[in-house]
Design a protein around this ligand. Structure first.
Ligand SMILES: *[C@@H]1O[C@H](CO)[C@@H](O)[C@H](O)[C@H]1NC(C)=O
Length: 257
């Protein structure tokens, strides 16, 4: 039993230090969605995943949401797309680390169902909406939330763009997203005449889309929620109020005595 615990802790440690997962989703692709899913998924799984999952939901026609990870940590709760009992008609995929997930639970009374920091995204989104959600995240991330009940898709990226997230959106409303650009090349080809370039989602930005009946999407807004130099909206680990304007000179004085 001890040994198992140690192995689990070791895995958590390793996964916390390197990027070991990939996210992928496509909305509104009518031609051969299942073939697209598996072949593209294979392409971005080049490092050989230990676990992967593709989610297909009848309520979302022509859509597919996938995730792969290289280390199995907490096999039941660590997997994505993540769905919660509390919010059964939405899901999230995220490549990232959210440092303030515990603190957010204390601040807002969230009752977590898993041991995965990604869970705080769904709680924040359902409590406060997408804008307050991204602003409250202290970490590095690229995520996609699908709200099937409200028929919405949201993308978000961390303030400085530490974690990658690429997208391709066609004029006909086909949307592909991936943590690696090459996961979208095939979809771009599939869009033929209606071609759009694969591009990264800019840092500090979130996007909101309507998810139409046939699975295609319509961009509602793309908003830059953070620019370098802005004061973060989340509670920082050292409060600004606790920093006196002369803190540095006081400390220098202390050091020199
Ligand atoms: C999907 O539905 C929208 C809205 O009804 C429509 O404009 C669009 O042409 C449809 N796309 C396809 C590929 O059927």
């Amino acid at each position: 039993m001890r040994q198992v615990e140690h192995i689990v802790y070791l895995c958590v440690f390793i996964s916390g230090t390197t990027e070991m997962c990939g996210i992928w989703a496509v909305f509104g692709l009518t031609s051969n969605i299942h073939g697209q899913c598996s072949s593209t998924f294979y392409k971005i799984s080049h490092r050989g995943p230990d676990a992967w999952r593709l989610e297909y939901d009848q309520r979302m026609k022509n859509c597919c949401v996938g995730f792969h990870r290289l280390t199995i940590v907490d096999t039941i709760y660590g997997m994505q797309p993540m769905k919660l009992h509390k919010y059964p008609s939405s899901m999230v995929i995220c490549n990232g680390e959210l440092y303030n997930c515990k603190r957010l639970a204390e601040q807002y009374g969230f009752e977590y169902e898993t041991y995965n920091d990604v869970e705080c995204i769904l709680h924040l989104y359902h409590e406060f909406g997408i804008e307050e959600c991204v602003k409250n995240l202290d970490g590095v991330f690229g995520f996609c939330i699908v709200d099937i009940a409200k028929r919405k898709v949201f993308l978000g990226r961390d303030p400085y763009g530490v974690r990658p997230i690429f997208k391709v959106l066609s004029e006909t409303g086909v949307l592909g997203i991936c943590s690696e650009a090459k996961g979208l090349i095939e979809i771009e080809h599939e869009l033929k005449g209606d071609r759009k370039k694969v591009a990264p989602l800019p840092p500090g930005t979130f996007e909101e889309y309507d998810l139409l009946e046939n699975g295609t999407v319509k961009l509602v807004r793309s908003k830059k929620y953070f620019s370098p130099g802005d004061k973060p909206a989340f509670r920082p680990f050292v409060l600004y109020e606790d920093l006196s304007p002369n803190a540095h000179t006081d400390n220098i004085r202390k050091l020199s005595h």
